[in-house]
Design a protein around this ligand. Structure first.
Ligand code: NAI
Length: 393
């Protein structure tokens, strides 16, 4: 059977650009039931040299330094945005106005008003959208959702989640766009905490109100020289630039279903590597996930016989349909890594674009995420609890 081709236009070739390119290629290879065949059509980056080098390395037909022309090319079906946060809005808007489907890295935008505008525009144009919240695409997160929906832990009463990394712990690591309110919005909260918020949205439903507080510990960093990505090295002699957003953030959360919660993030948590973790307690049990062991869930069921009580490990695997792309037989537990989750995300995206399913999480989910982040930041500066009024857009 010949599958319809899906021409991909990718913007950005940094950490996420590479992860997306890898996932587009492997989704086509791993999932035999893919309804469309992804074609790596054009890669746009900031300069012709960057674009040409990445296009060659990732296997795109061509590279360009003109992302607008790429979006306007009638051959492009879906625009994939992996640029720094502040560029998302302009690129997503141009893609929507050109009638293209849009797949955008998180957080959707820097400001809430931009996220509202994008949702309006996308829904009016009738294009499909997805925001890259890959932490709700892990088999463990999808299995947790199945268990919660099946009633295994009763009525959820509390969510706890944090995303701690230590990648910015060295004060001599160079300043990057991640430190700028204008280019990134909040700091660790938007960068890392937004993932935890996405898991809370997915497993617990809408958030009603929040209280937040934040700290900046490293108030300036050396001006970037040879790169500003996660792996950039320190240059102690460079002039220092001020850090404008949170190194770490803590928030109390109340959900509309009356459950309570705590959400935290840090980019200076020394020793933490992929420190995302979350747990949901309910009236009949508790589920826990540790990001450094994300092929597993721990569950304790209150109904267990006394001599069986305690946390048990469940391997996340074939219970989740998307896992089957990697192991074409019944399997569970070991096997999937960080970049594989992006393959799952793209599999879901392609199914959504083909009309087999909706695209989830879409820009509206991204807007709700942004509303929660925005309310946490406002609460931190006002020192008061802030209600989330789901915006009528
Ligand atoms: P990065 O700095 O490694 O890459 C950014 C890319 O955008 C670079 O290739 C850069 O040259 C390109 N770029 C900059 N200006 C451009 C322009 N005018 N035209 C075309 N390309 C341009 O950043 P990274 O880490 O890849 O982050 C990008 C996005 O991905 C951010 O929104 C970030 O929040 C998100 N992210 C998501 C993660 C996840 O787990 N879902 C993990 C890391 C980042």
């Amino acid at each position: 059977m010949t599958r319809k081709k899906l021409n991909v236009g990718l913007i950005g070739s940094g950490f996420m650009g590479q992860a997306h390119a890898d996932a587009w290629r492997r989704a086509g290879l791993l999932y035999r039931n893919l309804p469309m065949e992804p074609v790596l059509h054009t890669l746009a980056d900031a300069t012709p040299e960057l674009a040409a080098e990445a296009a060659r390395r990732f296997g795109f037909h061509q590279g360009t330094a003109d992302w607008r022309a790429m979006i306007d090319n009638p051959d492009i079906d879906v625009v994939d945005i992996t640029t720094p946060n502040s560029m998302h809005v302009e690129m997503a808007l141009a893609a929507i106005r050109a009638g293209k489907h849009v797949y955008c890295e998180k957080p959707l935008t820097v400001t809430l008003s931009d996220a509202q505008m994008l949702v309006q525009e996308a829904e009016r144009a009738g294009v499909k959208t997805m925001v890259a919240f890959n932490n709700i695409k892990t088999p463990a997160a999808q299995l947790a959702k199945q268990l919660i929906d099946r009633g295994d832990i009763g009525t959820p009463t509390r969510f706890r989640g944090w995303f701690d990394q230590g990648f910015f712990n060295d004060p001599d690591l160079p300043w990057s766009w991640r430190c700028s309110r204008e280019q990134a919005g909040s700091g660790s909260l938007g960068d890392l905490g937004s993932h935890v918020v996405s898991v809370a949205q997915y497993l617990m439903g809408p958030v009603k109100s929040v209280m937040g507080q934040e700290q900046i510990f490293i108030e300036s960093r050396p001006a970037p020289g040879a790169g500003s990505g996660y792996g950039a090295s320190a240059d102690k002699k460079a002039d220092r630039i001020g850090v404008e957003n949170d190194d770490q953030f803590q928030s109390l959360v109340t959900f509309e279903n009356r459950a309570g919660g705590v959400i935290e993030s840090s980019r200076i948590s020394a020793g933490k590597v992929f420190g995302i973790a979350w747990e949901v307690s309910g009236t009949e049990g508790t589920i826990m996930m540790d990001g450094e062991r994300f092929n597993e869930l721990k569950i304790a069921r209150y109904s267990d016989a006394k001599h069986d009580r305690g946390f048990k490990t469940i391997y996340a695997g074939s219970q989740v349909e998307q896992f089957g792309g990697f192991f074409g037989f019944d399997f569970a537990g070991g096997g999937l890594g960080y970049f594989d989750v992006k393959v799952i995300e793209i599999y879901d995206l392609i199914k959504g674009l083909s009309g087999e399913t909706g695209c989830f999480p879409d820009f509206r989910f991204g807007l709700e995420n942004q509303e929660i982040i925005d309310a946490m930041v406002r609460s931190s500066s006002s020192g008061t609890r802030v209600d989330i009024r789901s915006q009528e857009v």
